[in-house]
Design a protein around this ligand. Structure first.
Ligand SMILES: Cc1ncc(COP(=O)(O)O)c(C=O)c1O
Length: 371
């Protein structure tokens, strides 16, 4: 694959709408990008500050303390038991892992990478980097015989869709029957809101009820960017099949894909402290409780969105028209066109804006609606 063939970054298409939204007399409310706006917790910042003597090369596989912290976190927060240090590896944020996994698995021409229909664009980019073919499908029966990697994303970006145990079981069984690796991208798992997910944790693809206790060919990706407000640290990890993890660590050692030492220390602190995660979740809940009814009153229907960081909404017209109407009111959101060709009438609203900005969006919508 020639890197020159990669698409332009689609956010450039937003520039005129961003300019219009910024011209609002009370300023822009930017709900278009899921970049955290709240401070990195003190417990994480002080761990980072104490780790600035980093004269030696860090460990690609992660320090023992970090790997132990990841294992303990999976057991405590995700109900995944039986992992050891051999099941986990840190990554430099999870975007690089998503983008490079097909390449690192040795995929290429003739191989298929399956990803959700409403999808974080990097799954398809990763297939392209490897020279493989991306295939968007949520139905395991459709996955072609030459599928070599399947991405699930639960809770989903952009749509907040959750795969329950039965859906995960079905996906894993089908991937296994195809001899494909299955990777679950789960970075919004702590943000369950509605239905079952108001009271039960969103299940992990590593859950023994999904895998039958056999992790062969199964890997999960997780990120601390959102739950701990440290997107700037680039702190994430993967866990699952120990043979796969060992292979990936070897490739990553050769390629120099090493999470910085001070960040590894900060990750230990972040993983050991559940309080800041709960506090952050409550901030997002409060914003969601303001934004959701405001969007509905303005005539948008919210689809899916039972968990995660986004509201996935439609007015039943092309998303660019909705984006334009929102921009006129100083509000920026993301068009469904950015997440594949299947949802051209949907718009993604991120909950990553301050309470004050979310309130401003709600009052503008209440004052003038959208049409
Ligand atoms: C579904 C999904 N996966 C992965 C990422 C990458 O997160 P990070 O690179 O910050 O860990 C994001 C970020 O928005 C995402 O939405």
């Amino acid at each position: 694959m020639a890197l020159g063939e990669l698409p332009d970054y689609p956010w450039d298409e937003m520039a005129p709408f961003a300019a219009r939204a910024r011209a609002h007399p009370d300023g822009i409310v930017d709900l278009s990008i899921g970049s955290p706006v709240d401070p990195t917790p003190e417990v994480v910042r002080s761990a980072l500050a104490e780790a600035t003597d980093a004269h030696a090369y860090p460990q690609t596989a992660g320090t023992v303390r970090l790997r132990e912290a990841i294992v303990a976190w999976y057991e405590r927060r995700r109900g995944v038991t039986g992992l050891t240090e051999a099941n986990v590896l840190p990554t430099i944020g999870s975007k690089e892992f998503v983008a490079w996994l097909p390449f690192m698995l040795g995929l290429g021409e003739g191989d298929v990478v399956v990803h959700p229909r409403a999808a974080y664009p990097t799954y398809a980019i990763g297939a392209q980097i490897a020279g493989a073919t991306a295939f968007a499908s949520d139905d395991p029966d459709e996955w072609p015989a030459n599928t070599r990697l399947v991405w699930t994303n639960s809770p989903g970006n952009p749509d907040g869709r959750v795969l329950d145990l039965a859906a995960l079981q079905r996906a894993v069984a089908r991937a296994r029957s195809l001899g494909a690796v299955i990777a679950g991208d789960e970075c919004y798992a702590e943000l369950g809101w509605d239905g079952l997910w108001a009271s039960e944790p969103v299940p992990s693809i590593l859950d023994a009820r999904v895998t039958g206790g056999d992790l062969t060919g199964v890997i999960a990706a997780y990120s601390l960017s959102k739950q701990s407000n440290l997107a700037g640290y680039r702190a994430a990890f993967a866990a699952g099949d120990p043979a796969l993890v060992a292979r990936l660590v070897t490739v990553r050692k050769h390629a120099g894909m090493i999470p910085p030492g001070p960040v590894q220390t900060a990750m230990v602190a972040a993983l050991g402290d559940d309080l800041h995660v709960a506090e952050q979740k409550e901030r997002y809940r409060a914003r969601r409780d303001v934004l959701r009814p405001a969007l509905e009153r303005a005539g948008l229907r919210i689809d899916e969105s039972a968990a995660g960081l986004y509201l996935w909404a439609t007015e039943g017209r092309d998303a660019w028209s909705t984006i334009e109407a929102l921009a006129t009111r100083g509000i920026l959101a993301g068009p469904g066109h950015f997440y594949g060709p299947y949802f051209p009438e949907h718009v993604r609203f991120s909950l990553t804006a301050s309470d004050e900005r979310i309130a401003a969006a709600a009052s503008r919508l209440a004052a003038s609606g959208l049409r």
